[in-house]
Write a protein that binds this ligand. Structure first.
Ligand code: NAI
Length: 263
């Protein structure tokens, strides 16, 4: 489905896009007529499959291998966008990880890994994109993948919640800093979406039922529903939107315990 004609010919960079939400955003952007630079950390086979799927649909995609928490990857992706497609219009900081651990038992390395990928990786992507946009006087667009856990506390994943809370305030602060340059920076906060990150929950019928019960709409989201938000944020339809988080969560962030079913 192509809804935004103005996106045709634009170029997007999307981190962590060999599967899950990053893949869905890449596929949706390609359907809108955009060229995409994708990124994978280890699985070349998975990445090739995504590129083949995009090309089969008539889209253009290339990939760069690398870890978002390492300095230099974001710049490499932008260089690839320029060498392959001549420019970069939209940078999506999507890559993210989570590992469960009780806080009093959490290895410092575990804490650092989550902050490194989810928060430091976002900083590195935003910095590289801003540098390119400012130097070339481009009114660019940056989208950061946050989570409902930028506002909902998450026991067992306190480092994840801290990283997404950080993404929220970083997004707002940087949006304010670059509003005079007409560079828009927003975040998306998905609720529970059916991607490989939730494989364990989704493959256990009892856990899946429990998760559905927790969501006010009782529906687990699809990656395409998040990609639709990323398409709208990239489009001119959201041209006056900056520094905000769009929640796409079936109502998960609405204090479900106050819902009509709990009266
Ligand atoms: P996923 O695990 O299915 O995919 C994550 C992608 O990021 C993969 O392609 C993986 O290879 C890549 N990645 C991980 N670490 C990386 C690194 N250091 N460098 C480069 N790439 C790396 O996860 P999913 O669900 O697609 O998540 C994408 C984003 O959405 C994450 O930031 C996650 O926190 C966020 N999110 C997901 C939700 C969900 O329910 N699926 C809910 C809320 C937020």
């Amino acid at each position: 489905m192509a809804n935004y004609p103005e996106l045709k010919g634009k170029v997007a960079v999307i981190t962590g896009s060999s599967k899950g939400l990053g893949r869905a955003i890449g596929e949706r952007y390609a359907k809108e007529g955009m060229s995409v630079v994708l990124n994978y950390r280890s699985s070349e086979k998975e990445m090739e499959e995504v590129i083949r799927a995009i090309e089969a649909g008539g889209g253009k995609a290339v990939a760069v291998k690398g870890d978002v928490s390492e300095e230099g990857l974001a710049e490499k992706m932008i260089e690839k966008a320029i060498s392959e497609f001549g420019k970069m219009d939209i940078f999506v900081n999507n890559a993210g990880v989570q590992v469960e651990a009780k806080t009093h038992e959490m290895e410092f390395d575990n804490w650092k890994k989550i902050i490194d990928v989810n928060l430091n990786g976002t900083f590195l992507g935003v910095r590289a994109a801003l540098k390119y946009f400012v130097e070339h006087e481009i009114e660019g667009n940056i989208i950061n993948m946050s989570s409902v856990h930028e506002v909902i506390p998450r026991p067992g994943y306190t480092h994840y919640a801290a990283s997404k809370g950080g993404v929220k305030m970083f997004t707002k602060s940087v949006a304010l800093e670059y509003a005079p340059n007409h560079i828009r920076i927003n975040a998306i906060a998905p609720g529970a979406i059916d991607t490989p990150i939730n494989e364990e929950t989704m493959s256990d019928p009892e856990e899946k039922k429990g998760l559905e019960a927790l969501i006010p709409s009782h529906v687990i989201g699809k990656p395409e529903q998040i990609a639709a938000v990323a398409a709208w944020l990239a489009s001119d339809e959201s041209s006056y939107v900056t520094g905000t988080t769009i929640f796409a969560d079936g109502g998960l962030s609405l204090y479900p315990s106050f819902g009509p079913e709990n009266k």
